[in-house]
Design a protein around this ligand. Structure first.
Ligand SMILES: Nc1ncnc2c1ncn2[C@@H]1O[C@H](COP(=O)(O)OP(=O)(O)OP(=O)(O)O)[C@@H](O)[C@H]1O
Length: 954
């Protein structure tokens, strides 16, 4: 190979295999200029180019800002020439070196994939580049193998015209024509006249639309149904793919290829969407097979160029209706492209973890485009990816999605390698013979099987020839073994070349099985797509339900937290209530204690009053006795009394007993002076018993009373005071003990005047106040507790109410919708009735018009007939006139005089006569329009005039 990249010298003498070191797939990004729609919408630029041409920053409102690296980024001003020079110019040389080359364009819709690969107008220029000669339709454009005969450099040369790209001044021609032109240039340069190397170039062009393959070179042909993806059998270790059954055209010059591309491009499936007015909705795969055969050495070097124009990915569906054809197309494209993405990820996984081979994924589960592209990713092919994108914000998320995929592809490593096959005509012939033998055997076998099947069906007996079944079983076993061998990762190689024939047979059978499997896979694939769309629907429904569920859950959680808060508050309040209850209990105990003490003191007071009264009586009796006896002094009496009443203090100060007792309120002032007036103060037994009993009962009653009081706390505030009143009443009841109320009151007042009494009173008041306060507090607490309870109940009932409310709202909405629809329907019905009426009226009017027209037509035809008659009469008259004229002329001629007779010397015309002017044939009819000759047809004006005439006629 020379440094210019032309492999001519080496190719012409000897074919050499080449292999290059492992390298990552080259991935380029090309941005297109804003289209009209984007300019109209004034969408802003979302990409930022860096100084380094490898990097780009993309900003999306949804996905944020991210920076990506490529082998090179081409902005919207880049030309086709630049892109070709930087990305693909080295590829023709690789092809000549025997390396398989794949170029694929990937990107969102309308971002310039087809523009980049084929050129302006989606390859419309190709037709002008191609030379429409008879050769294309005839000898060079025939199908497949027959025309794949090798041709030497001279025949190439003869079919090869000047470089057509020079005819493209705008330089809009795409990558594929450039590649082809360059390849032919190189082959032409590399082929001296004495070269022993012959070339053959065969091309095919297929599209994949809705997962069905179509032959673009034979679009209406029956072969389309049989198209399937197969493996090339050149090297069993390193297999490539091909489309079996596709038309292959033998091309001798670039024009042949351009014409073929133009033909295929015209047959591609397109649809006009807003994103791209001429959008291709299919994946297109162009394949060029280059075969270089050294007829001296018998070596053959095969390589293929594959150019794939992927359909544009579009993540958000334009129309959500699933049965819409556009939507189906889009979903199919997205499914097939996501399969391609999965395949690439799987390959990357394989490369990163070679030990961990994922058995679950097999290439049979990939989409067709993935199956075709995957052998070029991570294998021995030289692969270039051109990712296209739009810089505007309009569809930036789709661009980012494509860029992310490109980033994955960029991590995959390929090891481009050429495959050189030893070739000799003997081997070729022997292979052919072996294949023919095999075919014969198989045909025989199939015939026997058919007979066997026929025999078995009719007679329902055992098969006649068990050998056939043995053979079938053997084939099946071989097939099984082969499948198992494939499953084991193809680790074992068969080195024995003598078994080649058997292998070929196995291959045929597996191919047969493979075709069945392919059709099955296709069915399954369509089923999967259907299921996926169902799944998508289900998912959307589920998401809706889930979002509803989430809303409800969040509402429930909020309610729960509210509830918990309330429960906590309730607990706090309950604790407060229990504290208050304990306090009340303690207070009540204290109160009861104080009351008991009060009762005891009253009892003592009663006793004291009794004692004092008795003492006074005794004192007065003593005085009386002494007075009656007339002996003794008061002092003696007192002394005596002292003796009789031990413990009595010095009574001298008590001499004025009455005064002291009146002052103490023990006796009335009226009682002063006489002891007889003093009423007996004998506390009744009842009072005494009651007093003592009440004390006992109060002691017993204490716990009951406390409980009662605590219970009463729980009741409303009014009830609480009852205890207090009852206590007061009991206190009042105790006053019925013989003493007057005033006495008791004064006595009590006296007691209360003492510091202890004052303290007790104060204590009592404080206690009462505290009790009142506590009661109030208790009531408040009870009220708030009741309120909390009510609130908890209300909240727990609220969720149900919310659901009901929602349902009710939905029902109302549906009702309104129904009403609206029915109103619409009524309006439509009214409109239809109206239209019906209008229609009817129009019909009657039309009928009348038709009658009128018929009437007019009849009249017109009458008039026409009359006119015709008149005209014929006129003609007759004219004819008569003309005849008469000619008669007259004859007569006049007879009367005319020769000029020579008048002395005129006319040598040349001796017969000339003096002509008398006459207007016979020379009449100018234009001067007499009424006398114009008529064809019998009436002019419009004439008809009007006639109609008017008729109408005016009497
Ligand atoms: N780099 C570019 N320079 C100028 N015009 C471009 C460029 N790229 C694309 N265009 C224009 O954008 C439009 C869409 O391009 P094209 O049809 O190639 O897109 P696509 O990606 O193949 O679309 P689809 O996926 O829908 O088939 C065309 O009118 C084309 O002329």
């Amino acid at each position: 190979m020379d440094s210019s990249g032309h492999s001519g010298a080496s190719v012409s003498t000897e074919l050499l295999t080449t292999s290059t070191p492992e390298e990552t797939i080259r991935v380029y990004l090309r941005l297109r200029p804003k289209n009209k729609l984007e300019a109209l919408k004034r969408s802003k630029d979302c990409v930022r180019l860096h100084e380094n041409p490898n990097d780009i920053t993309v900003e999306s409102p949804l996905l944020g800002e991210s920076t990506f690296s490529f082998d090179q980024v081409f902005d919207e001003f880049s030309t086709q020439e630049e892109v070709y020079r930087e990305c693909l110019s080295s590829l023709p040389q690789k092809l000549i070196q025997g390396i398989n080359v794949t170029v694929f364009a990937y990107g969102p819709r309308g971002t310039g994939k087809t523009y980049t690969l084929l050129g302006e107008g989606r390859g419309a220029d190709l037709a002008t580049l191609a030379v429409p000669t008879d050769e294309q339709d005839g000898s060079t454009m025939d199908t497949q193998s027959d025309n794949s005969l090798p041709c030497d450099g001279e025949s190439m040369q003869s079919g090869f015209s000047d470089n057509k790209l020079s005819q493209d001044p705008q330089g809009a021609v795409g990558m594929t024509p450039r590649l082809i032109s360059s390849l032919f240039d190189m082959l032409y340069d590399a082929t001296p006249s004495d070269s022993s190397v012959q070339y053959s170039i065969r091309c095919s062009y297929v599209e994949i639309y809705l997962e069905k393959m179509t032959d673009l070179l034979h679009p209406g042909g029956g072969t389309n149904t049989g198209l399937r993806i197969g493996r090339t059998v050149l090297d069993k270790e390193d297999q490539d793919v091909c489309v079996l059954g596709a038309t292959e055209l033998c091309c001798l010059c670039p024009e042949d290829v351009f014409a073929m591309l133009a033909r295929g491009q015209a047959a591609r499936t397109k649809s006009a969407e807003d994103a791209n007015l001429d959008s291709s909705r299919s994946h297109a795969v162009f394949t060029l097979q280059l075969e270089q055969i050294d007829i001296v050495t018998g070596k053959v070097l095969q390589s293929r160029l594959q150019v794939v124009d992927c359909a544009g990915c579009q993540r958000k569906s334009i129309n959500s209706k699933t049965d819409n054809p556009t939507s189906i197309e889009t979903s199919m494209i997205n499914t097939s492209l996501s399969s391609l993405q999965n395949a690439v990820r799987w390959r990357l996984d394989q490369q990163e973890n070679p030990s961990k081979i994922d058995d679950r994924i097999s290439s049979s589960s990939f989409s067709k485009i993935a199956s075709l592209l995957i052998p070029s990713i991570g294998e021995t092919t030289q692969t270039v990816m051109i990712c296209t994108g739009a810089p505007s914000s309009h569809n930036i998320d789709d661009t980012i999605h494509a860029i992310r995929f490109a980033q994955i592809v960029r991590q995959i490593k390929n090891r481009p390698q050429a495959r050189l096959e030893g070739f000799s005509f003997q081997i070729y012939r022997s292979k052919l013979a072996a294949a023919a033998r095999k075919e014969q055997q198989l045909t025989k076998l199939i015939t026997m099987m058919a007979q066997e099947a026929k025999y078995g069906k009719k007679k329902t007996r055992e098969p006649k020839n068990p050998k056939v079944w043995d053979a079938i079983l053997q084939i099946c076993e071989t097939d099984k073994k082969k499948q198992k061998k494939n499953g084991d990762g193809k680790k074992k190689k068969k080195k024995d070349k003598n078994k080649d024939d058997d292998d070929d047979a196995d291959l045929c059978i597996s191919c047969y099985n493979e075709s069945e499997q392919q059709s099955e896979i296709q069915d399954l694939y369509s089923k999967i797509i259907e299921l996926e769309s169902n799944l998508q629907r289900e998912r959307t429904a589920r998401e809706k339900v889930e979002s509803k569920h989430r809303d409800m859950s969040s509402e429930l959680a909020a309610l729960k937290s509210q509830n918990e808060l309330l429960v906590q508050q309730k607990r706090q309040l309950e604790a407060q209530v229990s504290d208050a209850k304990a306090e009340i209990k303690a207070m009540t105990m204290t109160k009861i204690d104080v009351e008991n003490r009060l009762r005891t003191s009253q009892f003592r007071e009663n006793e004291a009053v009794l004692f004092l009264r008795q003492l006074r009586t005794f004192y007065f009796r003593l005085l009386k006795n002494k007075a009656a006896q007339g002996s003794g002094s008061t002092k003696d009496t007192i002394q005596e009394a002292k003796k009789r009443l031990p413990g009595v203090a010095d009574l001298e100060d008590l001499l004025d007993v009455d005064k002291m007792m009146v002052q103490s309120g023990i006796i009335e002032s009226s009682e002063v002076g006489s002891d007889t007036l003093v009423a007996d103060y004998i506390p009744s037994d009842d009072a005494l018993a009651k007093s003592s009993m009440e004390g006992e009962m109060a002691e017993k009653r204490e716990p009951d009373m406390i409980n009662q009081q605590l219970e009463n706390i729980d009741e409303i505030s009014g009830e609480k005071k009852r205890d207090h009143v009852s206590i007061t009443n009991s206190h009042e009841s105790r006053t019925k003990n013989g003493l007057t109320y005033g006495q008791l009151a004064s006595c009590r007042q006296k007691l209360l005047d003492t510091p202890a009494g004052l303290l007790a009173l104060q204590k009592e008041r404080e206690l009462e106040l505290e009790l009142a306060e506590l009661s109030k507090k208790c009531i408040g607490l009870q009220n708030s507790l009741n309120a909390e309870k009510a609130m908890v109940e209300a909240l727990s009932g609220r969720q149900g109410a919310v659901n009901k409310m929602k349902q009710a709202q939905e029902v109302i909405m549906l009702k309104t919708e129904l009403e609206r629809r029915s109103n619409d329907l009524l309006a439509i019905v009214w409109k239809m009735n109206e239209l019906h009426l209008v229609n009817k009226t129009i019909d009657t009017k039309v009928g009348m018009r038709e009658q009128h027209v018929t009437y007019l037509e009849e009249h017109i035809s009458d008039i026409q007939a009359k006119t015709r008659r008149l005209l014929s009469q006129q003609e007759l008259c004219e004819k008569k006139l003309r005849d008469e004229n000619s008669n007259l002329r004859g007569q006049l001629e007879g009367l005319s005089v020769n000029l020579w007779q008048l002395g005129e010397n006319l040598d040349k015309a001796p017969v000339w006569r003096l002509s008398i002017p006459f207007s016979g044939d020379d009449i100018n009819l234009d001067e007499f329009p009424d006398c114009r000759q008529s064809t019998g047809e009436l002019e419009e004006g004439d008809i009007d005039a006639l109609v008017e005439e008729m109408e005016n006629a009497p």
